[in-house]
Ligand binder design. Sequence first.
Ligand code: PEP
Ligand code: MN
Length: 358
Amino acid sequence: MSENQLAKLREQVDQINLQILELLNERGKIVQAIGEEKKKHGTNRFDPVRERESLDLLLKNYDGPYTEATIKHLFKQIFKASLELQEIDYEKTLLVSRKAHPENTVVNINGETVGDGVQRFVMGPCAVESYEQVREVALALKEHGLTLMRGGAYKPRTSPYDFQGLGVEGLKILRQVADELELSVITEIVTPQDVELALDYVDVIQVGARNMQNFELLKTVGSVKKPVLLKRGLSATISEFINAAEYIMAGGNDQIILCERGIRTYERATRNTLDISAVPVLKKETHLPVAVDVTHSTGRRDLLLPTAKAALAIGADLVMAEVHPDPAVALSDSLQQMDIPQFHDFMNELNAFKERLV
Ligand code: PEP
Ligand code: MN
């Protein structure tokens, strides 16, 4: 074969490639239109019966030089790409997704903002135990100019015999201390029925890890005008986490902070495994601010500082940790809470670290 002939054949192949490309584009657009129709009717995007019929039709009409297996493989790839195309379009429609809303959502908590580029802290005891205990921690927070205080009034515990929290009494203590010292309060609410009551006492409603897929609770907090801190479930994938946030936003509440708090893995050196890369993934996929809870993810006091530094370095908007005046006698999470002097060291180190980051 002469050089000239070879060049000609290659030219033909290039032309055919361009035709295939054009046909693929055309096909892709039709597939997107089908995706839209399926969405309207709530039909599943993957349809194995339809795929089988398409493959059968192709093979029945096939009479070329490739093997049937090759043709099947090539078309399977096209089918797969089409399904992905429909899924990308679907993602775009999630209200929490960055594709739907490219700008960052800034959560406003009584004038204090989370998600505007300034990295903040939310600190406080695991559980509200008494007025004195909360006030002592709150005074320590004030020394560092912090304005967000956490503390659990309803404690979802593994054992029904463990301290379950002070309930409404705990909410009242939090509110009283917060009002006296001009702080904002974030606390977990565990049932939809308690949400309305909580509105009078709290500034941010926390949905805990164990309730991340309590859909009725998500719908209820989605229907109120109060910021929500949503924690990642113990074994939740990022996609499940994002969909849980979608429940809240679909109800009309866009004031949501996502909180990575460690996931359950085979590793036992820490209480959970802090999925630090979830922070940039969530910030890329959604427009919501992202918090990191270093206490419940590590379960270890000695790891609070290094993991908090990691959270700041990777771009978390908010870092959460627990502080108790006397952790040894705390009614919950006594191993991992900092005492007040440790908290001061922790904040001093983190503030110095923050300076070095900029
Ligand atoms: C908490 O923050 O008090 C708590 C119980 O955390 P989690 O839901 O992440 O376990
Ligand atoms: Mn705790």
